[in-house]
Design a protein around this ligand. Sequence first.
Ligand SMILES: NC(=O)C1=CN([C@@H]2O[C@H](COP(=O)(O)OP(=O)(O)OC[C@H]3O[C@@H](n4cnc5c(N)ncnc54)[C@H](O)[C@@H]3O)[C@@H](O)[C@H]2O)C=CC1
Ligand SMILES: O=C(O)C1=N[C@H](C(=O)O)C[C@H](O)C1
Length: 234
Amino acid sequence: MKIALLGYGKMGKTIERIAIDRGHEIVLKISDNIAAYDLSLADVAIDFSIPTAALNNIITCCKNGLPVISGTTGWLKDYEKAVKVCEQEDSALLYASNFSIGVNLFFDLNQKLAKLMQPFKEYAVAIEEIHHTQKLDAPSGTAISLADQIVANSSLTGWKAEQAEKNEIPVYSKRIDEVPGTHTVSYASRVDTIEIKHTAHSREGFALGAVIAAEWIKDKKGVFTMKDVLSGLK
Ligand SMILES: NC(=O)C1=CN([C@@H]2O[C@H](COP(=O)(O)OP(=O)(O)OC[C@H]3O[C@@H](n4cnc5c(N)ncnc54)[C@H](O)[C@@H]3O)[C@@H](O)[C@H]2O)C=CC1
Ligand SMILES: O=C(O)C1=N[C@H](C(=O)O)C[C@H](O)C1
C-alpha cells in the first residue's frame, strides 16, 4: 500500500517505521502548510498534523478521492464539515481521537462502567489526562471522547476543563515531560474510589492502530470510526 503522510512529526515518524515494517511504502511526507501537494501516487493518506491543518488536509484528500484517516486532535468543532465534504465527494474518512487498540478497549470499559455507576449518585466522576509538554491541545481528544461517552450513559449534562458545575464532569489536564498519554476515569465517594486507567508506554500503539485503520479503509467509501475497524478484527 502506498501511503501519504500528512504530518511528519512524532507520530508521522513512528507511523512511517511501522508502515514500512508491515510492507508499505511512504510516497509523500508533508510537514507544512503547503498550498497544493500531489496525492496521485498514494492509495491512502494518514493525517497526524496540527489542529489548524487537519480539516484542510482531509478536504484535500476527499476532493482527490483519496481515503484518509485522521488522528489529529483539537479540530473537532469542524468534524461535520469534513463529513459533509467526504460524502459530497463520495470519498472515505475515518477520524479517531485515539487509534490504539488498548484505548479502544478502554473506551468499551468506560461505557460499561458509566452504565453500571448510573444509579449510584454518591459517586462523583472525574477524568484526568497526562501528556508531554509539546502537546498543543487540552483536554486531549481521548479525554473528550471519554467524557462524551459518560455523558451519553449517565444523567450528567456535559464536561468542563477543571472547575465543572454540579451536573458536569471535570476534566483535568496535566503536561509532564515526555509522557506519551495517560487517561484515568475515577468515581469517588466518601468511602472509596473506583478507577480505570490506560497508560501508553510509547507512541507505537497509536501508530500501529493508525496503520491497521489505513489498511482497512484503503478500498472503502464512507465515514467510519475505529469501531468499524475493530469489529472486522474480532
Ligand atoms: N489519534 C491518536 O491516536 C493520536 C493523536 N495524536 C494527535 O496527532 C497530532 C500530531 O501529534 P504529534 O505527531 O505528536 O505532533 P508533532 O507536533 O510532533 O507533529 C505534527 C507535525 O505536523 C506538521 N504540520 C504543521 N502544519 C502542517 C500541515 N498543514 N500539514 C501537515 N503537517 C503539518 C508539523 O510541522 C509537525 O511536524 C496531534 O493533534 C496529537 O494530539 C497523537 C498521538 C495519537
Ligand atoms: O498529543 C498526543 O500525544 C496524543 N494525543 C491524542 C489525544 O489528544 O487524545 C491521543 C494520545 O493520547 C496522544
